[in-house]
Design a protein around this ligand. Structure first.
Ligand SMILES: [Zn+2]
Length: 313
């Protein structure tokens, strides 16, 4: 089972219109390439920019795009909210799991979580890089951690069976989320020890994540992989994977490419067509075939099954 924990395709489609099938060379993801890469699950981000004036309306428009694709019999994509729904999909169909990226779309209203749940959202990224009503992102000037509202959102989301995505959240916020008891994931983040970038996770944060059985998806955007004077390649991706595994364990590192949200990719990874090449690079890095399969999707599926099962039944 192959999964990508973070793609920005809905955000692009909301701007451009249209569906995903069969081949769209103006996007990095479409039906043909998902089929070629054998991608079974896309975690489709509902991304709202920090500056946007109409965050809730924008969020709803992205969910409308997801529904339209999912309802179109000509599109081999279907919305899913549980591992069981994913398992029920026909061969050649890719599941879409909706994840919020920047909860400023809530506009301070806790009850919006109910509506988002109804519309299929199951993961929640609290902030983008700036500050919002819930807390601060990695580039915010303040460092207080989660606000009272942010803590209430995390508590309610966890009660509804969602995971909390800490990919853009600052250090203090991540510590608060890890203390909350919610399932914690960084859908598209790398290791700061391998490349020192504010979007990457420090070893201290990785220790916190390991304590709560957290999951991390590795990002293939070159600025998050290596300094500008170095070319980021598949081997660089493998270095990040191995470092993350040393802290989190073999079953807790996955892939969160950020495709359709990034302008370029690691050399050797154009898009999902190169998942086999990535598998070979992981194999070349000394990972056993079971661990390679885990990184490409099996690990996330196992982790998702653990946190979603009790609350969905
Ligand atoms: Zn992001």
């Amino acid at each position: 089972m192959r999964a990508d924990l973070h793609v920005d395709t809905l955000w692009r489609l909301e701007e451009k219109g249209g569906g995903l099938t069969p081949f769209r060379d103006d996007l990095q993801i479409d039906a043909k390439r998902c089929l070629e890469g054998d991608v079974r699950l896309l975690c489709t981000a509902i991304f709202t920019e920090d500056q946007r004036k109409d965050p809730w309306e924008h969020c709803c428009r992205l969910l409308d795009v997801k529904d339209r694709i999912s309802d179109d019999p000509g599109e081999p994509f279907r919305s899913v909210t549980t591992p069981a729904e994913l398992a029920d999909l026909d061969q050649g169909v890719t599941g879409m799991l909706a994840t919020i990226e920047n909860a400023r779309c809530l506009e301070g209203d806790l009850s919006r979580l109910d509506e988002l749940h109804h519309r299929g959202v199951r993961m929640l990224g609290l902030t983008w890089n700036g500050q919002n009503e819930l807390g601060q992102g990695v580039l915010a000037d303040q460092h207080q951690g989660l606000t009272t509202f942010g803590k209430a959102v995390v508590e309610k989301a966890a009660q509804m069976g969602w995971a909390i995505d800490i990919s853009h959240l600052n250090h203090e916020g991540v510590v608060d989320v890890c203390e909350s008891g919610a399932p914690v994931i960084a859908t598209h983040s790398n290791a700061r020890t391998i490349h020192d970038h504010p979007r990457n996770l420090s070893d201290e944060i990785l220790r916190h994540l390991a304590e709560v059985d957290g999951m991390v998806g590795v990002n293939i955007f070159p600025p998050f992989l290596a300094p500008p004077e170095e070319t980021a390649t598949l081997a660089t991706v493998v270095r990040h994977v191995i470092h993350l595994m040393e802290f989190l364990g073999k079953g807790h590192v996955a892939l969160g490419t950020d495709l359709d949200g990034i302008s370029n990719t690691a050399r050797g990874f154009r898009d999902h067509r190169d998942l086999d090449a990535l598998a070979n690079a992981l194999d070349g890095g000394g990972l056993e075939s079971q661990v390679v399969s885990s990184v490409l999707g099996d690990g996330f599926l196992h982790w998702w099954s653990n946190w979603s099962a009790p609350l969905e039944s």
